[in-house]
Design a protein around this ligand. Structure first.
Ligand SMILES: Cc1cc2nc3c(=O)[nH]c(=O)nc-3n(C[C@H](O)[C@H](O)[C@H](O)COP(=O)(O)O)c2cc1C
Length: 197
């Protein structure tokens, strides 16, 4: 996690520098691919945003009843893949997920803009939706329901912590002779292995 933090800070600094250039596409270093698989091992992947890092792992937020949420309920193994092109770096973290505490999800939910909190109530993520109008109607209903009051966290929405068992760093080097090093959780800490690119 210390090494991840250090490289992440570099990626953030590089994204900040690029943002000063008007034509540069925006880059959000918190964006990463979350891969999950169902009970049959069929994989799926999508982008989520990293919202927290602690000694134990990586935190992201989503709808627990979404497709990914259903897969994680069946199969707790998941992977997060970061790619930061500006510093030529990839990180792959693999491990089991657990839900973060209700208090932690509440605290993060409360920090979000009101519109996003309303949206979390209105959206039944990954369920069929007839039209955009239907979504906007649900937004209006939720706004009316919570008019003049704080918007609490819907129970179906919250955080997951991915506790890594394996973390790989990949650093771009000339002639595809990239550096790769892999941390694997061991009984008393982490083993580290260099691998061919
Ligand atoms: C840049 C970006 C950031 C995203 N961040 C999140 C996120 O933090 N949480 C989330 O649930 N979905 C996020 N999404 C949407 C997901 O990629 C995905 O469409 C959604 O979660 C439904 O996935 P599912 O049906 O596999 O559950 C993001 C998409 C993009 C492109």
């Amino acid at each position: 996690m210390d090494e991840f933090r250090r490289v992440f800070a570099e990626a953030e600094a590089a994204a900040g520098k690029a943002a000063e250039t008007p034509d540069a596409p925006p880059e959000d270093p918190t964006a990463c691919f979350l891969s999950t698989a169902d009970a049959q091992g069929r994989p799926s992947a999508r982008v989520v945003l990293l919202k927290g890092l602690d000694g134990d792992g990586f935190v992201f937020y989503t709808n627990y009843e979404s497709r990914k949420g259903r897969q994680l309920a069946e199969n707790r193994w998941a992977a997060l893949t970061f790619y930061w092109p500006r510093i030529g770096w990839q990180v792959r973290a693999e491990g089991k997920v657990e839900k973060v505490s209700a208090e932690e999800s509440d605290a993060y939910f409360a920090s979000r803009p009101r519109g996003s909190r309303i949206g979390a109530w209105a959206s039944l993520q990954s369920q069929p939706l007839d039209s955009r109008e239907q979504l906007l109607e649900r937004v209006a209903e939720v706004e009316e329901r919570f008019a003049g009051q704080p918007v609490p966290r819907p129970e179906r929405w919250g955080g997951y912590l991915l506790v890594p068992e394996r973390v790989e760093h990949w650093r771009d080097r000339p002639y595809r002779l990239h550096d790769r090093w892999v941390y694997t959780r061991a009984a008393d800490g982490w083993e580290i292995e260099r691998q061919y690119p």
